[in-house]
Design a protein around this ligand. Structure first.
Ligand SMILES: O=C(O)CCC(=O)C(=O)O
Length: 253
């Protein structure tokens, strides 16, 4: 497969709602970041989100049940370690986002901003959704950057994404009360059946739009999966005052 230029990558993101950029981060850098994450996970360094807090399918019933302390996300990756911060604000990301937004990019620390971990036991699956469901900005135009720190496949709970779903105007009845896209509706299945799950290696990056439908399965392997995820918007697209999106200071790049 030929390597896409940055401009082509941005065009693919606009057209399909996501784009996979292989090998954007060198292996050695990924290994260092993973080492930090493994250690932080070992000591459950705060702030963390537990699977039991979200109770997605496959998660423990409560923090007191078996597996109740299984971590889903090491939160606030930006503050956790210089290596994570350096990647989030790196020249590669700055340049990429500037090209996409056509203005100064801003890192939101309110959304994603985490090291996602998916555990073999007690790691949950995530139903079909758009990330923007709980986000509040002037425009639904944000881009998340998912960096794989190891291999990601269907077998260990890799992402599934629905091409071109970011542009679709779905009425609210297509979603359930928790704003998951209802897989029981035949008209939704037509979309879900188009989903694809890119196989990723350490250093591969998925750029995806906040309106792109995506989901992820459980981790059926023996190893925890680690992915570093940050979200960006253009400087003119501000978080709405008084919302969770505006509650954490942002980082202009
Ligand atoms: O890894 C997963 O289960 C999916 C995570 C996800 O889609 C999200 O947090 O928005």
């Amino acid at each position: 497969m030929s390597v896409q230029s940055k401009k082509e990558q941005v065009r693919t993101l606009r057209e399909r709602g996501f784009v996979v950029v292989p090998g954007l981060v060198p292996q050695a850098r990924c290994e260092e970041m993973k080492r930090v994450a493994v250690e932080q996970l070992r000591v459950a360094a705060a702030p963390v989100e537990y699977e039991a807090d979200l109770r997605y399918p496959g998660a423990p019933e409560s923090r007191e049940s078996p597996g109740g302390h299984t971590v889903r996300r090491l939160l606030d990756a930006y503050s956790r370690h210089a290596l994570f911060r350096e990647w989030a604000t790196s020249p590669e990301i700055h340049g990429w986002m500037e090209l996409y937004f056509g203005e100064r990019p801003v890192l939101s620390r309110a959304h994603h901003n985490c090291m996602m971990t998916k555990h073999p036991a007690y790691g949950s699956l995530t139903g079909w959704h758009r990330d923007v469901r709980y986000w509040s900005f002037e425009r639904d135009d944000l881009v998340s950057v998912w960096l794989a720190l190891g291999s990601e496949t269907v077998g260990n709970g890799g992402l599934w994404l629905v091409p071109a779903s970011h542009d679709a105007a779905f009425t609210s009845d297509r979603f359930d009360q928790a704003k998951f896209f209802r897989a029981d509706l035949p008209e939704n299945r037509l979309w879900i059946d188009k989903a694809t799950s890119p196989t990723l290696s350490a250093g591969d990056v998925v750029f995806f739009h906040c309106n792109t439908l995506h989901s992820a399965g459980r981790n059926e392997t023996d190893d925890v999966k680690f992915s570093l995820v940050f979200t960006y918007h253009g400087a003119s697209n501000v978080p709405l005052p008084g919302t969770r999106s505006a509650a954490t200071p942002e980082v202009p790049l």
